[in-house]
Write a protein that binds this ligand. Structure first.
Ligand SMILES: *[C@@H]1O[C@H](CO)[C@@H](O)[C@H](O)[C@H]1NC(C)=O
Ligand SMILES: *[C@@H]1O[C@H](CO)[C@@H](O)[C@H](O)[C@H]1NC(C)=O
Length: 261
């Protein structure tokens, strides 16, 4: 699909898009928001990440499970669908989509209630975070979403544990094609500015020509609005650069004309 940006205003779209996205790259910036169940939209463009295809709808099997470095723990994650079956057992992970299990003792620790997840940028990475509380300890799971268009099967990996009770954070990576941002059409901020620019330009040209023709009785090249100004513009720009250049070199050389005055 060919987007508006690539057809009409590649340059304007690119420059505006770049300036906007650079400004949203700061660590901790929200960068996006949850727009529906397991659906997240970026602030600066019309793309979403939709994890719904990764949901396991039976509520009894965790979609992902991975062992931690301490052999007795494993980490369970099921995007979009809490593990209903655990609820009846008054299990800490009853409303959770992320859970830590102590295998031998069969103890569960909630790593993330649903649907209270946060969708954030950490540098250029997209991070989904959940939190839950078990036994007075607040456990947060941070899942970095890695877009991999070529992966047939999604992979969930354990990265590290940081912090101590009562605040512990567990970091994971989810690599999948579902983690890739998908365009939902519509217009980005850059495109809207671009449209405004084009509309203003057209109105200016049409109104200018009409005014010159009917109010001033102009013909031919005289119809161009503010013709004298536009004709002079290149030399005005050139003079501007020359002036700036002279100023800058004046800062470095002692015998510039400004020092002599
Ligand atoms: C939209 O913005 C996000 C965050 O800056 C970026 O990761 C994603 O690739 C962008 N999508 C497109 C299509 O540019
Ligand atoms: C856990 O702590 C984080 C950060 O302070 C907070 O945002 C979150 O609401 C807490 N979660 C629970 C379940 O208490």
């Amino acid at each position: 699909m060919v987007s508006f940006d690539s057809v009409l205003c590649p340059l304007v779209g690119l420059i505006l898009g770049m300036s906007v996205s650079t400004s949203t790259m700061a660590v901790g910036d929200s960068g996006g928001s949850r727009i529906g169940k397991c659906k997240y939209q970026f602030n600066d463009n019309n793309t979403v990440i939709d994890l719904n295809p990764l949901a396991s709808h039976d509520g009894t099997n965790w979609k992902f499970n991975v062992s931690g470095p301490k052999g007795s723990f494993r980490y369970l994650y099921s995007p979009c669908w809490p593990m209903d079956h655990l609820k009846s057992e008054e299990n800490a992970c009853g409303d959770a989509v992320a859970c830590q299990e102590e295998i031998q003792a069969v103890l569960y620790y909630n790593l993330g209630d649903f649907p209270k997840e946060k969708f954030n940028m950490d540098g250029a990475s997209v991070v989904l975070s959940y939190s839950g509380e078990t036994g007075g300890t607040n456990r947060t799971s941070q899942i970095t979403l890695v877009c991999d268009k070529t992966s047939a099967e999604p992979t969930f990996t354990y990265v590290e544990e940081t912090g101590t009770t009562p605040y512990i954070t567990y970091k994971f990576t989810l690599r999948a094609k579902e983690c890739c941002p998908v365009s939902i059409g519509g217009l980005s901020f850059g495109s809207i500015l671009c449209i405004i620019f084009v509309v203003v330009l057209v109105v200016y040209l049409v109104a200018g020509v009409l005014i010159n023709k009917f109010a001033r009785g102009a013909t031919g090249a005289e119809l161009i609005p503010n013709r004298a100004f536009w004709a002079d513009l290149p030399s005005l720009i050139k003079e501007g650069f020359q002036f700036t250049g002279a100023k800058i070199s004046g800062c470095f050389s002692r015998d510039s004309q400004y020092d002599q005055i």
